[in-house]
Design a protein around this ligand. Structure first.
Ligand SMILES: *[C@@H]1O[C@H](CO)[C@@H](O)[C@H](O)[C@H]1NC(C)=O
Ligand SMILES: *[C@@H]1O[C@H](CO)[C@@H](O)[C@H](O)[C@H]1NC(C)=O
Ligand SMILES: *[C@@H]1O[C@H](CO)[C@@H](O)[C@H](O)[C@H]1NC(C)=O
Ligand SMILES: *[C@@H]1O[C@H](CO)[C@@H](O)[C@H](O)[C@H]1NC(C)=O
Length: 158
């Protein structure tokens, strides 16, 4: 027998496991996703269009919402967009019903984020009401009608 007993081997194995678990949790926290496995069942923070494309013209947000899958009550959707510049600007409006949404009629729409609120960490909107359909659109220029900047979500309870 060498100096390396079963008991020592076991202690070493347990220590290694604890170390690797805490290192991987630390790694996740560093990437801004603290302990994703523990948050898996909680509300999510979802960036509209994704971190790269964000909220802009000519991205199919209906398709984006579809691919995102089910939204749940208390999920936060985040609109991120550039501040106004000489060429363009964006905003976020809530439309009152499906017909306004389909026709991009903004007359009775309510602005929830102005042209500057998409900067920094973005504009956050919490989907608070179960099974309410939220109709979102950009209120600038013809971005809703001709720029595909609209989508709807209906959160379910978890
Ligand atoms: C956007 O995506 C939806 C869902 O995938 C699709 O039905 C629709 O035709 C697309 N619109 C355009 C303009 O490509
Ligand atoms: C959503 O969040 C509110 C406020 O924190 C809480 O009172 C409510 O129970 C939550 N709803 C669900 C379905 O988790
Ligand atoms: C200005 O607007 C254009 C058109 O939307 C966009 O591509 C560009 O990134 C914007 N630039 C800045 C600095 O916001
Ligand atoms: C947009 O809203 C923010 C926060 O309410 C406000 O500080 C800012 O002046 C507004 N900007 C414009 C262009 O209306």
């Amino acid at each position: 027998m060498g100096g390396f007993s079963f008991a020592q081997g076991f202690v070493l194995m347990v220590t290694t496991t604890i170390l690797s678990v805490s290192f991987s949790a630390f790694g996740a926290a560093e990437k801004g996703q603290p302990f994703p496995e523990l948050l898996a069942e909680g509300p999510k923070r979802i960036v509209v269009g994704g971190q790269t494309e964000r909220w802009r013209t000519n991205l199919n947000y209906t398709d984006w919402a579809l691919k995102n899958g089910q939204f749940y009550v208390n999920d936060t959707i985040v609109f991120k967009y550039d501040p106004p510049n000489v060429t363009d600007q964006y905003s976020v409006y809530l439309l009152p019903d499906m017909f306004s949404f389909q026709t991009c009629n903004l007359k009775r729409a309510k602005m929830v984020a102005n042209v500057t609120q998409g900067g920094g960490e973005g504009f956050e909107f919490v989907l608070e009401v179960c099974r309410q359909t939220y109709y979102f659109a950009c209120g600038e220029k013809d971005h809703c009608k001709n720029g595909q900047m609209k989508f709807s979500v209906t959160p379910e309870s978890r």
